[in-house]
Design a protein around this ligand. Structure first.
Ligand code: FAD
Ligand code: UDP
Length: 371
């Protein structure tokens, strides 16, 4: 293959890059170390015929119309709106915290204005650093200590194996607080799951005469034999540089899938367990995919220190290390021979839409320079 671009990884960063490059006239070779495409967004039918998300629940949501339109070229949508309950004080209550959550937890029925007053009062009676410098302060500054302790403190310790005060305040931005009764997890205008799954969508993105894919192939084993005009790298950031600045931490999960001979197991797709049990949440896929069956599959998530890299760990130490690595990236990208894109390659807690938007920006810039 002559004058080809090499893409390391077939997740959404790799697949979006491949499609954009192929449509710009390049020949593309993707190497993927797993035995399938779609990266962490991969889904598949299990032996009971239920469509599951193999690497944990994935709900697409975005404010970015271009991202939604791009993906819509490769899939239709089911327009599912994500709802989560949290098991707190022996009750299943809506999460993120909204007016109904407060009613149920405190046994009071408040108007929207009164909810805002209630939350301000909770915050006023709590101690925290203002402006917030870490996750704990950031949450307390929104809902006060009592709600922080009920909903966030133990879930966060379980999920990250860190004190919430060691984690970045950025993480708190993922979870809104609402004074109304909107019980949805996300308020983005575009939400849903690809009608036939993420894997089918990615396969369609990669269905182009100038895109070839090699699965079960580790980049580092074939790197020296390849002479591409450019490499898009979407694997782990520290691994690429031989860990010269030390290990970056990635958090993993044990996903325990169980099938039950009943139509449904729980009332909504996801139930969070901040204070009880070793798992963080249970997902029931049929609620989000809309699949009909007499059986149902659920997934218990148990956080792990090591294993398949699922999450970047947003502590100060990792942020400082990743800055050193990103300086290396800046230098190497100047040559025009490499682009680093995605959750693992940029060491960022990106959602799927953010990965795609990031790919658009970096690829458009690279294509402009190439002309
Ligand atoms: P990945 O999907 O990780 O793809 C990277 C690919 O590179 C992988 O396939 C990997 O095998 C391959 N690779 C790595 N190293 C090599 C190598 N040396 N050689 C060859 N191949 C290599 N986002 C949402 O928007 N909504 C959600 O609800 C949501 N839920 C999530 C739940 C969980 C449990 C997790 C872990 C993530 C969730 N995300 C969600 C985030 C979403 O998964 C990511 O934003 C997105 O999939 C990242 O795409 P990527 O291409 O950057 O990385
Ligand atoms: N979080 C929490 N309680 C919850 C849900 C989330 O404390 O019930 C915190 C926790 O630190 C978690 C973070 O908010 O890791 C982000 O939550 P999100 O649901 O976005 O996690 P993801 O789906 O990425 O695992």
């Amino acid at each position: 293959m002559k004058n080809f671009v090499l893409i390391v990884g077939s997740g959404l960063a790799g697949a979006t890059s491949a499609r954009m490059l192929a449509e710009a006239g390049f020949r593309v070779l993707i190497v993927e170390k797993l035995n399938h495409v779609a990266g962490h967004a991969y889904d598949e039918f299990n032996e009971d015929g239920i469509l599951i998300h193999t690497y944990g629940p994935h709900i697409f949501h975005t404010k970015n119309r271009s991202v939604f339109e791009f993906m819509s070229r490769f899939t239709s949508w089911n327009y599912y709106q994500h709802r989560v309950l949290s098991y707190v004080d022996g009750m299943y209550v809506p999460f993120p915290i909204n007016r109904d959550t407060i009613s149920q937890i405190f046994g009071i029925d408040l108007s929207i204005e009164k909810v805002n007053e209630f939350l301000s009062d909770e915050v006023k009676h709590s101690e925290f650093k203002n402006p917030p410098v870490n996750f704990e302060d950031a949450v307390i500054s929104q809902v006060g200590r009592r709600l922080y302790e009920k909903f966030f403190m133990n879930y966060t310790k379980k999920q990250w194996n860190r004190m919430p005060s060691e984690l970045s305040s950025e993480i708190a931005k993922r979870i809104p607080t609402r004074s109304n009764r909107d019980g949805r997890y996300f308020s983005d205008p575009y939400q849903g799951l690809p009608l036939h799954g993420y894997t089918k969508m990615v396969e369609k993105m990669l269905d182009h005469p100038d895109i070839s894919i090699l699965t079960n192939c580790d980049y580092f084993e074939i790197k020296s034999e390849m002479k591409p005009v450019m490499t898009v790298y979407t694997g782990k950031l520290d691994e690429f540089f031989g860990k010269i600045h030390g290990d970056l931490e990635y958090r993993s999960l044990k996903l325990d899938f169980r099938t039950y001979r009943q139509e449904y197991y729980q009332p909504v797709s996801v139930v969070n367990y901040p204070n009880d049990y070793d798992w963080t949440r249970i997902t029931e896929f049929k609620h989000m995919t809309g699949q009909k069956s007499d059986l149902t599959t659920v997934c218990y998530e148990y956080p792990l220190d090591s294993g398949e890299p699922y999450y970047v760990v947003m502590t100060e130490e990792n942020a400082n290390k990743s800055k050193l690595y990103m300086k290396e990236v800046e230098n190497i990208e100047k040559s025009g021979e490499y682009l680093f894109i995605g959750r693992l390659a940029e060491y960022r807690y990106y959602n799927m839409d953010e990965v795609i938007a990031r790919t658009f920006n970096k690829m458009e810039e690279w294509l402009r320079r190439k002309k």
